[in-house]
Design a protein around this ligand. Structure first.
Ligand code: AMP
Length: 281
C-alpha cells in the first residue's frame, strides 16, 4: 500500500489508473478507522480494481467550540488496518495542501443542509460537501462509498452529485453496530463506562420505533414518542433532535403511509451521538 500525501500525486495515480481502464473505488473518512469503515472498504474492494481510502480530519466541517482539536487521530493504526484490508492507496493529505490559503469557493446544498444536523451545526454540511467535492476531483473515483450511519450526510452528498453532475456512483451501506447495539463511531471512545451504558438506550429507541410501526396504525407523533421514551429515561442523555422525516427531502412526514427515516442526535456529556433507522409500515 502507498500512503499519498500530496494532491498532485493522488491525481497522477488516479489518471494512471483510469488510463489503464481500471475502476477506482473510494472511501472518504476522517480516520481512526473502525469496523464501520472497514465494512465500507471491503464492499468497495468488491466493486473496484483500485481502492483509495482518504483519512483527513476536515477542519471546515467543525464549528467553533466543536471537537476538531481533540477528534481522535491514529495515523499508524489507520495505515495498519488499510494494509490488512488490501487498500491500494491511503490518501492522507496535509491540510495546507488540500486547502491552499484564501479559498473563496464553497459547495452548498441548499435546504437539505439546513435541516436537523445542519440546524444544530451551521456550516457543517457546507464543510462536508466542499471537501467531498474536492476529494472527488482529486481521486476521480468511479464509485464512492458512505455509511447510512450519517444518513443526512449521505442524502446531502447524493443530491450534490446529481446537481453538479459528478460522474460517480454513490453507494450507501448499512450501519455497523457494536454488540450492545450502539452504532460504531470514532467518537464512542470519548464515552465513560456510565455514558456508554446510558447510550445503549439509543438502539433501544430505534427498535421501539420500528416496533410501534410494525404494530400498525401509528401516527408519526406516536412513533416519535415511542423512540423518545427510552432516551428520556436516561439522565446522561439529552435529545437534540429526534424526527420522523422523508428519506429524500428530510421534511417531517405527516402520515405514515410509506417508508420514513427516524433520525436523531443525542448529546451525552460532550459527545454527540447520531443514529437513525428506516421504518416501514
Ligand atoms: P467518519 O470517519 O466518521 O467521517 O466516517 C467516514 C465514513 O464511514 C462515512 O461515510 C460514515 O457514514 C461511515 N461510517 C461511520 N461509522 C459507520 C458505521 N458504524 N457503520 C457504517 N458506516 C459508518
Amino acid at each position: 500500500m502507498e500512503i499519498v500525501r500530496r494532491v498532485h500525486s493522488m491525481k497522477e495515480i488516479a489518471d494512471r489508473a483510469r488510463g489503464r481502464g481500471l475502476r477506482i473505488g473510494f472511501v472518504p473518512t476522517m480516520g481512526s478507522l473502525h469496523e464501520g469503515h472497514l465494512t465500507l472498504i471491503r464492499k468497495t474492494d468488491e466493486l473496484a480494481d483500485v481502492v483509495v481510502v482518504s483519512s483527513f480530519v476536515n477542519p471546515a466541517q467543525f464549528g467553533p467550540g466543536e471537537d476538531f482539536e481533540r477528534y481522535p487521530r491514529d495515523p499508524t493504526g489507520d495505515a495498519d488496518l488499510c494494509v490488512a484490508e488490501g487498500v491500494d492507496y491511503l490518501f492522507a493529505p496535509d491540510p495546507e495542501n488540500l486547502y491552499p490559503p484564501g479559498p473563496r469557493t464553497f459547495v452548498e446544498v441548499e435546504g437539505l443542509s439546513a435541516r436537523l444536523e445542519g440546524a444544530s451545526r451551521p456550516g457543517h454540511f457546507r464543510g462536508v460537501t466542499t471537501i467531498v467535492s474536492k476529494l472527488l476531483q482529486v481521486v476521480r473515483p468511479h464509485v464512492v462509498t458512505f455509511g447510512a450511519k450519517d444518513a443526512q450526510q449521505a442524502i446531502v452528498v447524493k443530491r450534490m452529485v446529481v446537481d453538479l453532475m459528478f460522474d460517480v456512483e454513490v453507494l450507501v451501506l448499512p450501519t455497523v453496530r457494536d454488540d450492545d447495539g450502539l452504532a460504531l463511531s470514532s467518537r464512542n471512545r470519548y464515552l465513560s463506562p456510565e455514558q456508554r451504558t446510558a447510550a445503549q438506550a439509543i438502539p433501544r429507541a430505534l427498535e421501539a420505533a420500528r416496533q410501534r410501526v410494525t404494530e400498525g396504525g401509528a401516527t408519526p407523533e406516536e412513533v416519535v414518542a415511542a423512540a423518545r421514551a427510552p432516551i428520556e429515561a436516561q439522565e446522561l442523555l439529552q435529545i437534540d433532535y429526534l424526527e420522523l422525516v422523508d428519506g429524500e427531502t428530510l421534511e417531517p412526514v405527516e402520515t405514515l403511509d410509506g417508508e420514513a427515516l427516524l433520525v436523531l442526535a443525542v448529546d451525552c456529556g460532550e459527545t454527540r451521538l447520531l443514529d437513525n433507522t428506516t421504518v416501514r409500515p
